[in-house]
Design a protein around this ligand. Sequence first.
Ligand SMILES: NC(=O)c1ccc[n+]([C@@H]2O[C@H](COP(=O)([O-])OP(=O)(O)OC[C@H]3O[C@@H](n4cnc5c(N)ncnc54)[C@H](O)[C@@H]3O)[C@@H](O)[C@H]2O)c1
Length: 665
Amino acid sequence: MNFKKQIEEGIPSALPAPKAFDSTISHAPKRKRILSFEEYKLAIRNALRYFPVEWHETLAVEFAKELKEYGRIYMYRFRPDYEMFARPIAEYPGKCEQAKAIMLMIQNNLDPRVAQHPHELITYGGNGAVFQNWAQYRLTMKYLSEMTEDQTLVMYSGHPMGLFPSHKDAPRLVVTNGMMIPNYSKPDDWERFNALGVTQYGQMTAGSYMYIGPQGIVHGTTITVLNASRKIGGTPKGKLFVTAGLGGMSGAQPKAGNIAGCVSITAEVDPIAAYKRHEQGWVDEVIDDVNQAIETALAWKAKGEPRSIAFLGNIVTLWERLVEGGIEVDLGSDQTSLHNPWAGGYYPVQVGFEEAKEIMAKDPARFKELVQETLRRHAAAINVLSARGMYFFDYGNAFLLEASRAGADIMAENGIGLKYPSYVQDIMGPMCFDYGFGPFRWVCTSGDPKDLEQTDAIACEVMEKIMKDSPSEIQQQMADNIHWIKEAGKNKMVVGSQARILYADAEGRIKIAKAFNKAIRKGKISPVVLGRDHHDVSGTDSPYRETSNIYDGSQFTADMAVQNFVGDGFRGATWISLHNGGGVGWGEVMNGGFGMLLDGSKDADRRLKMMLHWDVNNGIARRSWARNDEAIFAIKRAMQDEPLLQVTLPNKVDDSIIDAATSAE
Ligand SMILES: NC(=O)c1ccc[n+]([C@@H]2O[C@H](COP(=O)([O-])OP(=O)(O)OC[C@H]3O[C@@H](n4cnc5c(N)ncnc54)[C@H](O)[C@@H]3O)[C@@H](O)[C@H]2O)c1
């Protein structure tokens, strides 16, 4: 049966043969066994509802085994036999181009070159799921192949509830992931309800089909390292950057360090992850001796040339040795998976990597103790180096949050805040998000690298034109991104679909998108999917990350992300998504995003203008209301340009008035 027919078939009519476990690819960690006996039965009952009753006897035994062994029911047997990758859009079956574009993006997220644990349908971050199981994948693709422009597909955490009548301008797909009653949003609730098969952790771009491989994070990390260096003075040249993690996202750190121009040491406990990044050319060398790693880095620093070193070992071993050796570090951070500290995101220093994995599965309570002690040592070493002048920033992996929960000496003197800023508080927030700059991205649906080249050139031309009249406040961002797009092709970061990312504000995003749509209309390029990372101006409410530079107390609310999702939906997005979790962990963040197909039509012109304008200005308005000066500047500019935009502006009060009014208390 050919590819199109297999997609159209959905759940196959004959029971496919069981699949052998493929040990050549990376698999998700075995999840902890959390279900009671009754819940265990319920999970199997839930899984079987996808299949005809004649198969139940066979599948019940198999699913029970999967659940026991892996902690989840992935339905491995139903993984399709065709190759998983984003095909050119014309190769998808279907009645509407928008649905075909979505299929392409789904397949990209599951491509083994792109996805972290492809057979468990995990794209990145250890638990960032596209679907919970292969039945959901098959049904979703079938629905998309049948959908018309008068229908919307509704996705409940990976489960395709079905096609519902709607209209041409409605989103073709509405995705929610991990929406929980707030009191049931603790990490163990994810374990339980995901094991039951009723919810999933969609991360950000995993469960929203907008992941573009490591390029997105390389760009974001490069911008962060560049701006962190500017913050402490000068350029990254000759600076030493120490951090941890060479996994899905964190693996971008050494490459970004090299692009920015500094020397970096990145610790990684897992030899598979370290050598994989080395083979891919993302890190220059792997050294397992801590002293040698430090000496090598210092030699390159002295030369003033960029170099990236992977230290194969625990990050705490490295930090403690840097302290003992009296070594000066300029920039420090961490990108272990602390959003997932008890299930393999962060490894303790007291035992070896393999032993730690065993303890994690057999004695979770002891594992937790070891991790928390490691976090306390981790923070203590960082405190010493910071006192010696290092600039440390939390890179959105919940390091500070978990260290504080472990009782580490990480609280600020006022006892309320934390000792160190998150990279959003100091860097991304005031320098990018408050001005509307965020991770705009696009995918060429032809799969043709020449289309990507053309879009790079179009985007560059548009930005250079905008920059000529840009205010001084945003000149640096414009310049960094023009430089990036000029170099992007050379840096060869495309893995999977032909995609590109850059940071742009509302004006840049709208003008670039319009120029793409024009080029499509003229037949110069094929249709393009627009999107963005959820880690953006308006898409994410996350008090320790994206909204950590909001100081009016509203950083613990999630109205912005929800409003964004809804507003994008009725302004023309092709698909919209809203997620609990993502980045810093289940229950800690709400985030949303969109996808939009540009097909060269007038409809697409109308939609892109309306939707992208809202998608950025919603967040600027909120950031401005929180009294952020950069956002007040940006929203005033936006109101000048668009008379239909009217935003409530804050009146700032002089502190002396508050102090006087409260002095008697
Ligand atoms: N700021 C951002 O823009 C941003 C973007 C993406 C991800 N993140 C966050 O960064 C974290 C990492 O993401 P990822 O996709 O790379 O996850 P990942 O799980 O693929 O990689 C983390 C790596 O850290 C290693 N590690 C764990 N404990 C260690 C220790 N003590 N010492 C040395 N190495 C250790 C693991 O072996 C793993 O390879 C996540 O929490 C994620 O949410 C932040």
